[in-house]
Design a protein around this ligand. Structure first.
Ligand code: NAD
Ligand code: WQD
Length: 338
């Protein structure tokens, strides 16, 4: 049944891709973003891809009054909450900014939802809440984030958990993403980091377009097959479809849930570099560098719970992730126009 969904952080990387899937599933959307790390152009391209309009509200999730007006005025049925800051390094340097934005923003949103009588929410959490738990990482693994960003995500998970305990008519889905990568197969929307990218795939893509001279491979002495770090890369389109599946469950049955969204498969840095070179036809010069502090050797999901609860599993392989990323990056070497 089509419903009206408020998508916070809709102009960002995962939000924009999820909007495409939500529109395809027939939902009406209200997109909210403060444009601190997102682009209005991304949403225009989403509308073009879907052939449907999306209402846009420029606002900050910490502005409870603005949220309440949207929730009531637009008759929202459920919220998907992507809005937040996501750089681990920045969070170490500016922890208060991260707690303020991620925890403060989520608190204001939940208060506004409670006041407006909207009690369905999907929350973007992260595998970073597991710290360096041994792979494959199940949802029941100990939660030991080792940076302020991860702790801010865990705090919001706990906030939502307490709320669901106190008021069982709330239905909440906490989604722990592993490493989202790639772009929409059209190549018209994708990841557009501001400043030098911290993550592997955007870094590789910028080497390919000549924006960066070479890739630094952080560590080649890990206890993995080729010595480089292993991660669970998940295509952003699969991740987006994970949200439509989670939303279906939220509307179909009471109760709350926490699930990993990953593929259950790990790939090393060198495997990713080779797959990207194959997909793009561009050589990626690499230099081995010291391990990055805080990095685990291997992290990938136990992915069975998402299939059991949501009937969803990731389907796209590493080669297609790289091909789609390259289509986006080569057509938009400088990202979205300012
Ligand atoms: P992104 O930065 O591309 O998108 C986030 C969007 O939220 C941006 O458009 C930004 O302008 C907006 N925003 C930030 N603070 C806001 C505020 N206070 N009010 C309103 N809008 C605000 O990030 P993304 O990669 O799309 O990530 C989306 C969510 O998923 C984040 O919560 C992130 O922590 C989480 N997550 C991301 C990853 C990843 O690797 N990309 C992995 C795990 C979890
Ligand atoms: C992947 C691998 C690096 C860059 C982080 C968060 C996680 C989620 C995704 C938000 C590692 C190596 C990287 C480079 C490299 N985000 N690498 N050279 O650290 O697994 O996950 O982003 O929630 O929670 O923790 O992702 O892409 O930074 O690194 O060698 O220039 O690539 O050491 O092995 P990570 P990543």
């Amino acid at each position: 049944m089509p419903t009206t969904i408020l998508v916070t952080g809709a102009c960002g990387y995962i939000g924009s891709h999820t909007c495409v899937e939500l529109l395809a599933a027939g939902h009406r959307l209200v997109a909210l973003d403060n444009l601190s790390n997102g682009s209005r152009e991304a949403l225009r391209r989403v509308e073009r891809l879907a052939g449907r309009a999306v209402a846009f509200v420029e606002a900050d999730v910490r502005d409870r009054g603005a949220l309440e007006r949207v929730l009531r005025g637009q008759r929202i049925d459920a919220v998907i909450h992507f809005a937040g800051l996501k750089s681990i390094t920045e969070s170490v340097a500016a922890p208060l900014r991260y707690y303020q934005n991620n925890v403060g923003g989520s608190l204001a949103l939940l208060e506004a939802m409670a006041a407006a009588g909207v009690r369905r929410i999907l929350f973007s959490s992260s595998a970073t809440v597991y710290g360096d738990a041994a792979a494959p990482v199940a949802e029941s693994a100990p939660l030991r984030p080792n940076n302020p960003y991860g702790r801010s995500k865990l705090m919001v998970e706990q906030l939502i958990g307490d709320l669901a305990l106190a008021a069982p008519d709330w239905r909440a889905g906490v989604l722990r993403y592993f490493n989202p990568v790639g772009a929409h197969p059209s190549g018209t929307i994708g990841e557009d980091p501001r400043g030098p990218p911290a993550n592997l795939l955007p870094s590789i893509a910028q080497v390919a377009t000549g924006r960066r001279p070479r890739l630094l491979v952080y560590g080649n002495d890990y206890p993995t097959a080729d010595g480089t770090g292993v991660r669970d890369y998940i295509h952003v389109g699969d991740l987006a479809r994970g949200h439509t599946a989670a939303l279906r469950r939220l509307f179909a049955q009471p109760g709350s849930f926490t699930v990993n969204l990953g593929t259950g498969r790990g790939h090393s840095v060198l495997e990713v570099v080779r797959a990207f070179e194959q997909a793009s036809g561009v050589a990626i010069p690499c230099t081995f560098a010291a391990r990055r502090p805080g990095d685990a050797a291997a992290s990938y999901a136990a992915a069975g719970c998402a299939f059991e609860l949501l009937g969803w599993r990731a389907e796209t392989g590493l080669d297609a992730m790289c091909a789609d990323l390259w289509r986006w990056q080569s057509a938009n070497p400088d990202g979205y126009p300012a």
